[in-house]
Every structure is written in structure tokens, then in C-alpha cells.
Design a protein around this ligand. Structure first.
Ligand code: A3P
Length: 275
């Protein structure tokens, strides 16, 4: 018979800080927060609430793996920890660093239609500038080079949306099977099927159900239901109104992204109905 105070037993059951066994590596404005919060509905998932920026920030990385572990939430051995830092996806050094920590880690990338994502990215930066009372360029001026009238690939919001460029770097280290692509547009419109695909990818028993998610008409987004008494919508900074963008610029960007998208579908084996 095991007594509650049996020191061995207490030790075995005690929650510990575990390194993540899955990472949401990006992409910025893809819906990374919604994905993390929704996966956290699963009893076997424990989220790192903050973005730790361990692998993309040289100073943090230099602090070492024990520092990273120390940032993790306490969890039980049967649970998996998930961290998300959206800049991981586009940062050169990150795949190698993650590989060195755990070469069999599961990677999640959530993407949205590239032009929408770029506008969302712009909207976030614009909001920051407005808060500081700074003037800022229009999206059209940043996304299209004035002299050449071509898409400006130096603009970060454009570069980040060339998903295939970044993905190819990851595939130098990780086999495609270790990386799962989440459809961020579908996570907005109908999240459950996307979450079920992730459960399967992470080899978790199906536990997230319709009853965990409800559409909040005021927010215009799905919110989370943890119990009868505890509901939660994402912060107001998620689901911003985007500025209207000149139709010809949208068209130009969509044409520009098209060949990169085709390559992305080919590599991931997942086709999206992006225009
Ligand atoms: P917008 O603000 O452009 O609408 P990230 O967390 O990676 O920064 O992504 C933010 C995006 O998550 C938001 O972009 C929003 O569209 C999307 N999103 C997906 N599901 C959501 C949800 N249930 N509630 C709020 N935003 C959600």
C-alpha cells in the first residue's frame, strides 16, 4: 500500500518543469496565440504563457538550456509542454538550435493567406507607432517599391509571407513529417477540425470538443470554454480591423506570392485555397 507521504511516490507524481516537446514556431500574425490557447484546452497540454524568445534571441540563447527550462510551467510527466515564439520561423539560426536541443521535437507552423498576413503584420506595427504618436507610411507605400512599381521584398511583412523561403531552411534539419502546418484562416472560421489534426499529429487522444469552443458574435471570433463557469476570449489586440488596401496593390501582392505558395503546397503536402 502506498501512503500519501511515501517520499518516493510524492517525488514521482510531483509536477516538474519540462522542456517543450512541441513548439509553435510561427508565423507571426498567423494565429499563434489562438492556436496555443486552444491546444491548452487539452488536459495533456501545458502552455508556456509568455513568448520566451529563447532560440531567436542571442542573449537569451547564451543563458543556456537550464534557463529555458526554468521559464517553463510545471507539468506532470504524462503532459507535454508547448511554447510559442512566432519569430522562430523566420530567424536564420533557430532550426539548428532547436535541433541541438531535441532533434525529434514536433514543430507547428500556422499560416494565413500571405497578403492578409502581411496586412495584419502592418496593422500591428502601425498600432505601435500610433500609440507613440509617430506617423507611419501607408501599407501600399511599404509593400510596393515606388521607383520600380514592383513588390518590395525588403519590407519585412512581405518577406515573412514568403513561407517557402523560411520553411526550406527548417527542412535542412527536420524531416517534413516532424512539421505540421495549421491553416490559420480555418482556425478562425472553424477551429475544431484544425485542432483535431494537431491532436493527431502530437499523438494525443482526441479531447478538445465542440463544447470547448463557442462563437462570440460581439468579438467575431471563437472563444474558449474551459468549464461552465470559465470562458475566455483572446485579448482585444487579436482580431484587429485592418486598413483598407488599394485593390491593385492586393492584386500585385497576390500575383507575387502565387509561385511561392505553389512551392509551399508542394513541400508541405497541404493545399490552401489562397487566391
Ligand atoms: P488579426 O488581428 O489580423 O485579425 P498572432 O497570435 O499570431 O499574432 O495572430 C493574430 C491573429 O489571430 C489575429 O489577426 C486573428 O485574426 C487570429 N485569430 C485566430 N483565431 C482567433 C480567435 N479565436 N480570436 C482572436 N483572434 C484569432
Amino acid at each position: 500500500k502506498v501512503h500519501l507521504r511515501d517520499p518516493e511516490k510524492v517525488h514521482l507524481n510531483a509536477p516538474v518543469q519540462q522542456l517543450p516537446r512541441a513548439l509553435i514556431v510561427g508565423v507571426r500574425k498567423g494565429g499563434t496565440r489562438a492556436l496555443l490557447e486552444m491546444l491548452n484546452l487539452h488536459p495533456a497540454v501545458v502552455k508556456a504563457s509568455q513568448e520566451i524568445h529563447f532560440f531567436d534571441n542571442d542573449q537569451n540563447y547564451a543563458r543556456g538550456i537550464d534557463w529555458y527550462r526554468g521559464k517553463m510551467p510545471f507539468s506532470f510527466p504524462h503532459q507535454i509542454t508547448i511554447e510559442k515564439s512566432p519569430a522562430y520561423f523566420i530567424t536564420e539560426e533557430v532550426p539548428e538550435r532547436i535541433f541541438k536541443m531535441n532533434s525529434s521535437i514536433k514543430l507547428l507552423v500556422i499560416v494565413r493567406e500571405p497578403t492578409t498576413r502581411a496586412v495584419s503584420d502592418y496593422t500591428q506595427v502601425l498600432e505601435g507607432k500610433e500609440r507613440k504618436n509617430k506617423t507611419y507610411h501607408k501599407f501600399e507605400e511599404l509593400a510596393v517599391d515606388e521607383a520600380t512599381c514592383e513588390v518590395n521584398t525588403k519590407y519585412k511583412a512581405v518577406r515573412t509571407s514568403i513561407y517557402t523561403h523560411h520553411l526550406e531552411r527548417w527542412l535542412h534539419y527536420f524531416p517534413a513529417e516532424q512539421l505540421h502546418v495549421v491553416d490559420g484562416d480555418r482556425l478562425i472560421s472553424d477551429p475544431l477540425p484544425e485542432l483535431q489534426l494537431v491532436e493527431r499529429f502530437l499523438h494525443l487522444p482526441a479531447a478538445i470538443s465542440r463544447s470547448n469552443l463557442y462563437f462570440n458574435a460581439t468579438r467575431g471570433f471563437y472563444c474558449l470554454r474551459f468549464s461552465l463557469l470559465f470562458n475566455k476570449c483572446l485579448a482585444g489586440s487579436k482580431g484587429r480591423t485592418h486598413p483598407a488596401v488599394d485593390a491593385s496593390v492586393v492584386e500585385k501582392l497576390r500575383r507575387f506570392f502565387h509561385p511561392f505558395n505553389q512551392k509551399f503546397y508542394q513541400i508541405t503536402g497541404r493545399t490552401f485555397d489562397w487566391p
